[in-house]
Ligand binder design. Structure first.
Ligand code: NAP
Length: 286
């Protein structure tokens, strides 16, 4: 049976560090404030936004969810972002995805001030993620690597197969993995035989968004699998991209839920603390 790489302990460790920082900021009269923007229509993103609110409360962070109706205009959302950029009491801004078709997430993301961009979605932070210059890197790719290291697995010199090259997870993770000195193969929707790539891999990261995309027949018993996928089944359960029985066929696997997603939330708040240091001029940003 594989080692199950649960994220709770790692998330608790990060949250303890955050609480110490929040309390130190309190002495300076600063309450960290995260503003999230959501457009009605996606029950999953509403659920994740509420999860952030609960964690913010636990950490002593102030959290405001700015909710728009499904027919909101792109211009209204852009105007809110500009207002939050100028509001000195707001330290972090994040846009809950997906957005309805008529609103361009890329356009809204570009409007966020880079020093408040706690999920690394602005062009400036994307460039920093790519080059390794200081900045705010996306949370989920960071969570994938943190979880692996928390369980003592090294990335240097390893053959890594990344399944998925999306803007949120796969692509930025590819850049972070380069700097971890891994040899990375990137698979995607046009890769004919993903199993052949997995057969050479020491570590696999799954970031596709398709349940059961990686089955037990595609893996081997030396493989370590970090599953970032989030899929909702017809009966309302959350699953990853790896099949449910993968744990019987690999060395280690991260569970969904309770793996990358749990750690992603902790890292978003860790980024919020970093954003405050950047805004105070105590830390550099590209
Ligand atoms: P995305 O932008 O939709 O990208 C999906 C990637 O998977 C693309 O590169 C696509 O290939 C590839 N793909 C699609 N179908 C495939 C198939 N049948 N076989 C192989 N590859 C396939 O997704 P994303 O936003 O990066 O998110 C990826 C997953 O992570 C989703 O499940 C999302 O819900 C999850 N997620 C998790 C967290 C967390 O906190 N754990 C946070 C954000 C997202 P092409 O490039 O060729 O189109």
């Amino acid at each position: 049976m594989a080692l199950l790489m649960k994220a709770k302990e790692a998330a608790n460790r990060i949250n303890t560090e955050i609480m110490a920082e929040v309390s130190a900021l309190g002495m300076e009269g600063i309450t960290p404030h995260l503003a999230a923007i959501i457009v009605d229509g996606d029950p999953a993103s509403a659920y994740y936004a509420e999860a952030k609110r609960r964690i913010a409360e636990r950490l002593g962070v102030s959290f405001c969810l700015h909710a728009f109706q499904a027919d909101a205009e792109e211009a209204e959302i852009m105007a809110l972002v500009r207002q939050l950029n100028e509001d000195a009491s707001v330290h972090g801004i994040m846009l809950e995805l997906p957005l309805p078709q008529h609103i361009s997430a890329r356009k809204v993301e570009r409007e966020i001030r880079p020093s408040k961009d706690i999920d690394g979605v602005t062009p400036q932070n994307k460039l920093a993620t790519m080059t390794g210059e200081p900045g705010l890197y996306p949370a989920t790719p960071q969570a994938c690597i943190y979880l692996l290291k928390h369980y003592g697995f090294a990335l240097e010199g390893k053959n890594v197969t990344l399944v998925g090259r999306g803007q949120t997870v796969g692509l930025p993770l590819f850049h972070l993995l380069q700097r971890e000195q891994s040899t990375v193969t990137v698979c995607h929707s046009r890769t004919p035989d993903i199993a052949s790539h997995l057969s050479h891999a020491d570590i696999a990261f799954l970031a596709v968004g398709r349940p059961n995309r990686i089955t037990s027949a595609m893996v081997h018993d030396r493989l370590i699998v970090v599953d970032a996928g989030i899929n909702e089944t017809e009966d309302g359960r959350i699953t990853g991209d790896g099949a449910a029985d993968l744990d019987a066929y690999v060395t280690a696997v991260s569970p969904v839920p309770g793996g990358v997603g749990t750690l992603t939330t902790a890292i978003l708040f860790q980024n919020l603390m970093k954003a405050i240091r950047i805004q105070q001029g105590r830390e550099e940003q590209l």
